[in-house]
Each structure stands twice: as structure tokens, then as C-alpha cells.
Design a protein around this ligand. Structure first.
Ligand code: ATP
Length: 293
């Protein structure tokens, strides 16, 4: 095989809690993560020579070592006794950038999975997750996705029962939020409201979509700068359109809602899409390799 295409699925945080700041500067996190069908497509082609070449369909994204997908390929090659002379990476982007949807991490994870198959390297998913941890906190989760509890920096992963079938609507406001700004604000916060992560895990065990949806919570929403008021408005609009619950994902600025079924989500996305340019209907995606093609 000389070429293949991997899907890179967006991730959502069904809950997000920031625990303590650690001596290494990172924060300990506790998050319930979910992959969804909104995805980039990452095409890999092994070449005899020429080093790594990369292009993406979003012209403003870096197409060199600054791109996480490039660094993933470089890291994977450094693990091989005989790396190929060249690799062409072509990314069809659909996941909004700077949205808290882990688009860059998903692309990097797709490169790790894809190169493993393309080059017959025979690494296990756990080995790819460990490699991913050297690229970024969300990359290990993005290797296999699904419904998982992530702790530590996000790299300690535990399988959870799958999110019951449902529809998802994701809305990304025109602005993005700087991740370091939000971590700084969360360190200063006065209150101590925490997501009911254990309650979400119990609801997943019971197969209760409503139980998950009404407990969704992201501590970063408590400390949003005033200029981000649209996030709260979008959350309300999603609920008005029939979402069982809605919340911001990661450090934003995307907000998503869970709907009883894909058809209800499609209808809501059509309405919300009239005022929010980046609005997507999606479905939950199971943990790889159970993921259907
Ligand atoms: P997270 O949820 O992990 O914080 P995010 O959705 O907020 O992710 P991304 O869209 O993954 O953020 O990427 C944000 C930054 O990463 C951008 O400034 C972008 O230039 C850089 N980047 C590097 N590689 C990629 C890539 N393959 N796709 C998207 N962004 C990338």
C-alpha cells in the first residue's frame, strides 16, 4: 500500500473540570470526552524521496513543522529503523480551528494511526497513545476516541460505556479564545462549582442520554471574558431548539447541544445555521477500531 485516507474526528467535552496546577506548569484535568462524526480527512502517501510535504484546505494554517500533523509524522519516523524517503500529507479540513474541538490533535492522531497502517509498523493503540502524549495533551485521546474519561493532562484514559445514540449540533462563533488566557482566569476564580462527572459516568452506565445531557458542565464557562457573551446565547438557543443540554467544549469557542435523535439535530442545525456561519449536525462516533467506516 502506498496511500490511504484516515478520518480525524472532532472531540467534545461532555464535562470539563480543572483541578490543581502542577509543579510542571500543566493543570490536572478531569474530563468526559466524546468523538463525533464532524471530521477532517487526512490523506497520506509514502514517497521514495523528498521529506515531509503537507498541504491543507485552510490556506491560513501552517503547512510546515508548526502543523501538528507534520510533527506527528516526524515523531513516527524517528521511531522507525528505516523511515520512507518522503511523505505527502494532504488534509481536507472541516473541523473549525481554535474551537475546543481538538482539530489539530485529531489530525496528528490520524497521522499516527495512518502511518502505522501504511508502513506496517505494528504498533498497538496504547503505543500510539503514548507517542501522541509527546505531541500534545489531547492527542492520546484522539488516537482511539470514543467515550472516555481523561485525567492527568488528558493522557490518562479510561473507557466508559458509549454515549447513547443521539444527534449533536455544534456552533462555532466567529471569535476564538486564547487557551492560556482561560487557564489563567480559572486559576484566579473564587467559586468552586464542579461538574458532576461521577453523575455523568453513572448516567452513561444506565444508558440515560437525558442524565448525561442535564449534567454537562465546563468550568471554563464560569470565567469567560465579557466579550464572549455569544457563548451563553448560543447555549440557550440550542436548548430552545430542543437540545436536552448544551455546553461549551474545551476552551471554546464552540458550543454544542445533545438532541434526542439525528433528525432533530439536523433540523436545529438548519435553523441555527442561518445566524451562525459555522454550524454542524453530527452523531457520536464509537471508539476506534469499533468505528464504522
Ligand atoms: P483544543 O481543543 O486541543 O484546544 P482547538 O480546537 O482549540 O484545540 P485547534 O483547532 O486544534 O485548536 O488548533 C489551534 C492552533 O493550532 C491554531 O492556531 C493552528 O494554527 C494550530 N495548528 C497546528 N496544526 C493544526 C492542524 N492540523 N489543524 C488545525 N490547527 C492546527
Amino acid at each position: 500500500m502506498r496511500a490511504l485516507t484516515e478520518r480525524a474526528w472532532a472531540k467534545l467535552n461532555l464535562s470539563l473540570d480543572v483541578l490543581d496546577r502542577r509543579p510542571d506548569g500543566y493543570h490536572d484535568m478531569r474530563m468526559v470526552m466524546q468523538t463525533v462524526s464532524l471530521c477532517d480527512e487526512v490523506r497520506l502517501e509514502a514517497l521514495d524521496a523528498g521529506g515531509i510535504r503537507l498541504k491543507t484546505s485552510f490556506s491560513y494554517l501552517p503547512a510546515d513543522r508548526r502543523n501538528l500533523a507534520w510533527r506527528a509524522a516526524e515523531l513516527f519516523f524517528s521511531e522507525l529503523s528505516k523511515p520512507p524517503g518522503g511523505l505527502a500529507i494532504s488534509i481536507q479540513k472541516r473541523i473549525p480551528v481554535g474551537a475546543g474541538l481538538a482539530g489539530g490533535s485529531a489530525d496528528a492522531a490520524a497521522v499516527l494511526r495512518g502511518l502505522n497502517t501504511l508502513l506496517g509498523a505494528g504498533k498497538t493503540l496504547a503505543e500510539l497513545e503514548r507517542l501522541g502524549g509527546r505531541l500534545g495533551s489531547d492527542v492520546p485521546y484522539c488516537v482511539a476516541g470514543g467515550t472516555r474519561l481523561a485525567t492527568g493532562r488528558g493522557e490518562i484514559l479510561e473507557d466508559l460505556p458509549p454515549l447513547p445514540p443521539c444527534g449533536v449540533v455544534i456552533c462555532k462563533p466567529a471569535f476564538s479564545i486564547r487557551t492560556p488566557e482561560l487557564f489563567g482566569r480559572v486559576d484566579q476564580r473564587q467559586g468552586n462549582i464542579r461538574p458532576d462527572t461521577d453523575g455523568i459516568v453513572s448516567a452513561l452506565e444506565e444508558g440515560s442520554l437525558g442524565g448525561v445531557a442535564r449534567r454537562m458542565y465546563n468550568v471554563f464557562e464560569e470565567v469567560l471574558p465579557a466579550r464572549c457573551a455569544e457563548i451563553g446565547l448560543l447555549r440557550k438557543r440550542l436548548v430552545d431548539e430542543g437540545a436536552l443540554g448544551a455546553v461549551m467544549t474545551g476552551t471554546g469557542s464552540a458550543v454544542f447541544g445533545l438532541f434526542p435523535d439525528p433528525e432533530a439535530a439536523r433540523r436545529a442545525a438548519e435553523k441555527l445555521g442561518k445566524s451562525c456561519r459555522e454550524c454542524f449536525a453530527a452523531r457520536p462516533v464509537a471508539r476506534f477500531p469499533e468505528t464504522l467506516p
